[in-house]
Design a protein around this ligand. Structure first.
Ligand code: ADP
Length: 199
């Protein structure tokens, strides 16, 4: 969705000035259990504390509502991300910063999101942890079920995860604590979401 689609006569820039921030889509990608939701929630809280206006978008929530008709085939995963990216474009047009927590397993799917959202607003964050650790954490018990064959097409088990080729930021949740990765992402994100007048 480009600006050309929108009927609104109030520009994104006017809304960003009102909110005193620069709208960006922070896109966290990584295996299930890598730490996307944990970091997304921590980042949301920290940005909100600093008076930013944010919308968190999380895989589980979206699949309960907007995308509840979709499954996990390659086609449905692509449609899942396409819709989420369009939602991002709308939030950004309202001047709102989004934090996205989606496995988004392939380069093609992330490229689709980048194209819809716009390269200037899309910040790709690779939340990185080895599969063995994610499986050991097994936060939701999904890996256990996938190994038993009770869940099909589970990323990392019987569906691929392609590591991002050129992420803007890599957060290594294997070797760093939540507090450490939070400060790394805050350091990187803050200058990008602060509003700087151009005159
Ligand atoms: P995802 O959303 O990627 O599926 P979750 O955030 O639900 O992953 O789970 C990640 C798990 O890893 C949590 O139990 C969290 O406490 C733990 N963890 C350990 N270190 C980190 C870190 N540096 N960042 C994020 N999560 C971490």
């Amino acid at each position: 969705m480009g600006d050309s689609y929108l009927t609104s006569k109030i520009s994104q820039c006017q809304k960003e000035i009102r909110l005193n921030q620069s709208a960006k889509s922070i896109w966290m990608t990584g295996l299930s259990g890598a730490g996307k939701t944990t970091l997304g929630l921590a980042l949301e809280k920290e940005l909100f504390r600093r008076n930013f206006f944010i919308q968190l978008l999380d895989g589980d929530d979206v699949r309960l509502g907007l995308n509840k008709d979709l499954a996990y085939s390659e086609e449905d995963r692509t449609e899942n991300i396409r819709r989420i990216a369009e939602v991002n474009a709308l939030f950004n047009h309202s001047g709102i910063i989004t934090i996205n927590c989606f496995i988004s397993p392939t380069n093609a799917i992330r490229q689709l999101a980048r194209t819809i959202i716009g390269s200037d607003k899309f910040i790709e964050v690779f939340v990185k942890a080895p599969l063995s650790l994610c499986e050991k954490r097994d936060v939701k018990g999904f890996y256990f079920k996938a190994r038993q064959g009770l869940i099909k097409e589970f990323t990392g088990i019987d569906s691929p995860f392609e590591e991002p080729e050129h992420p803007d930021l890599i957060l290594d949740t294997d070797t760093c604590t939540v507090a450490e990765t939070l400060s790394q992402i805050m350091y990187f994100i803050l200058p990008k979401v602060q509003y700087y007048p151009t005159i």
